[in-house]
Each structure stands twice: as C-alpha cells, then as structure tokens.
Design a protein around this ligand. Structure first.
Ligand code: GLU
Length: 316
C-alpha cells in the first residue's frame, strides 16, 4: 500500500469510529416510520456505518452486522436493471425532475397525467418495477432483482424479509392508488397486484450497511465491479444514476442533502442511506429514526460529518 493510501485509510478508520460513537450517544434520533407496521417495531437506538473502497476493503462502525430494510434504496438497483432492459425508452414513462412533493404524493401524479416525476418517488419506482416485470412472472422478476443485489454486493446471503413485505402489502393503500392510477394511463402494463407484489418485496430486501456499501461500488467506480473490472452498467449510465440520486434521492429533502453532504445519495424509510463518492468510495449508513421528509436523521448527520472530514464532495 502507498503511504498516502495508508494515511487515507487511517483517516477513514478514525472518522468512522468517532462518528459511530457520537451517533450512538445522540438523544434526538427522529421518528421511526410507522405507516409500515413491521418497521414501527425497529428500535431507533441503532446506528451503523460502512465505507467500501475500490479494492474491496470496508471500514465499519456501530451496528453494521444488523440487517435492516433497505426500502427505497432498492430503487437505485431496479432503475439500473430496468435501464439495462428497456434502455432510454424508460424515460417515455418516467421523468427526471425532482418532485418537491412527499414521496407518495397522488396530487402531482394527477397533475402530470399519470407520468411520475422521477424514478425514485414511489409512483416512478412502481412504474420502473412494472418494466422489469413485463414478460416475466412476478417470482422471476423478483428473483432477478435479488440476484442483481447479491451479485453487485458479492454476497449470496442477502434475502427478502417476508414479514416486512406482508406488512407493507397489508397497509399499502396509497401505493395501490398510485399504481391503479398509472394503470389507467397505460404507464403500468401488468396486473396491478403483480407489479405491487414485486415492488413491496424488493423494498423489503434486508441488508447490512457493509453489504449495501459493497453493492454501491459500481456507482462509485465507473459502472464497473472493481474486483473483476467487469462492467455492470456503462460509465455514462452510472453518472446519470448518480445525478438522479443527487437531485431526487431524498424526496423533498434532496436539496438539503446536496447542500449539507454534497454527494449523490438515496434514502429509504427503513433509515438507510447509500451515498456515492465518485472515484473514491461507496458509503452506507443506517439509523431508523427519520426527519420530517422521511430521511434518516442520524444517517444524514453522519454522512455530513464524514464528507466534511474526508473532503469528499462532487462540488470540488
Ligand atoms: N416501500 C416504501 C413505500 O412504498 C418505500 C418508501 C421509502 O423508502 O421511502 O412506501
């Protein structure tokens, strides 16, 4: 290892340990999502962070061995899969603009005649899931999504938390409304219950921060799996997914996240965030308490601290 590399590694290790200790001691931790009953049972007293580097080394702190529900972070991976399947035709059905509205807004969808603003709000992600499903049985589509996550993280142990999926299905009336509405415009093509079934299950994939940080490496390193050099997606596509994460990855809090953290990131209501340092690292954080926009409160604070200490930013 070069001396500068080893200094960087030391700096990351120290920062990760100190940030984990600080976050574990924080009292104001936000509110755990309660609209999915299974998520409401998760203790907010948890915090985890993992940083994955180009060479596969990971630096972790806190509860990084505990799997959590990745929820909307799965949308980064389904977008990559759907782009691989249908290419830029995807953008005929889904836009690329920040929404400025809550993640499950129905009003906006009506206003825009059933075409979701971007692939990361719920309506957009349901439309993307529908594209992956076309031509397959729901089980096959779900298997494809799960295998993709196992492949990019290099870990076959990743699985779906069926109780979270069932819990969301039982209470997912708003997502059902969005899907039915899009079906009426032909944006959703498959039977609504099939599309929603696949969507609820991919949101219910459970991962540790370490697995998630490893899974995000292709977005940080030119669309390639840095271990093998093989292309997962093209460089251009990786850049574009990162651009969408930066502008739309935190719902109505995307501007604040870009301002404070300065990195592309995608959050989920399970309290996870995946953040990308292009050419530098892939970072996953998790803490179940959310802020008023539905983004992990301590997760964002931790990323802000880490980015500042490491001088990581896409803005120079
Ligand atoms: N499965 C969640 C839902 O559809 C995802 C929302 C999120 O993580 O932001 O409501």
């Amino acid at each position: 290892m070069e001396p500068t590399e080893s200094r960087t590694l030391d700096a990351i290790e120290t920062a990760v340990a100190e940030i984990a200790a600080e976050m574990q001691a924080r009292e104001d931790r936000g509110e755990v999502a309660s609209y999915i009953p299974e998520l409401a049972r998760v203790s907010p007293q948890q915090f985890a962070i993992s940083v994955a580097l180009r060479d596969g080394r990971t630096i972790s702190g806190g509860d990084w061995e505990t799997p959590f529900s990745i929820q909307s972070i799965s949308k980064v991976f389904t977008l990559a899969l759907a782009l691989g399947k249908v290419g830029d035709n995807l953008w005929r059905k889904v836009g690329r603009e920040p929404s400025g509205n809550p993640f499950n807004s129905i009003v906006q969808l009506e206003h825009e005649r059933g075409r979701p603003r971007n692939p990361f709000i719920n309506a957009g992600a349901i439309a993307v899931t529908d594209m992956i499903l076309s031509g397959h049985q729901p089980k096959e589509a779900l298997g494809e999504i799960l295998r993709f996550l196992q492949f990019v993280s290099g870990d076959d142990a990743i699985s779906i938390d069926r109780s979270v999926a069932a819990s969301e299905k039982a209470t997912g009336f708003r997502n059902a409304a969005l899907a039915n509405y899009m079906k009426s415009f032909g944006i959703v093509e498959n039977p609504v219950e099939h599309t929603l079934g696949v969507y609820f299950h991919h949101c219910a994939i459970a991962m540790t921060t370490r697995q998630l940080a490893m899974a995000g490496r292709y977005l940080a390193f030119e669309g390639r799996n840095p271990d093998t050099g093989h292309s997962v997606i093209s460089l251009e596509r990786a850049r574009r997914i990162n651009a969408l994460m930066l502008t739309c990855g935190h719902y109505d809090g995307s501007g604040e996240f870009a301002y404070r953290v300065g990195l592309p990131g995608k959050s989920g209501v399970g309290g996870g965030i995946l953040a990308v340092v292009p050419g530098g690292a892939s970072i996953a954080v998790w803490s179940p308490g959310l802020d008023h926009n539905g983004n992990s409160k301590l997760g964002r604070d931790a990323l802000e601290l880490l980015a500042r200490r490491m001088h990581w930013s896409v803005f120079g």
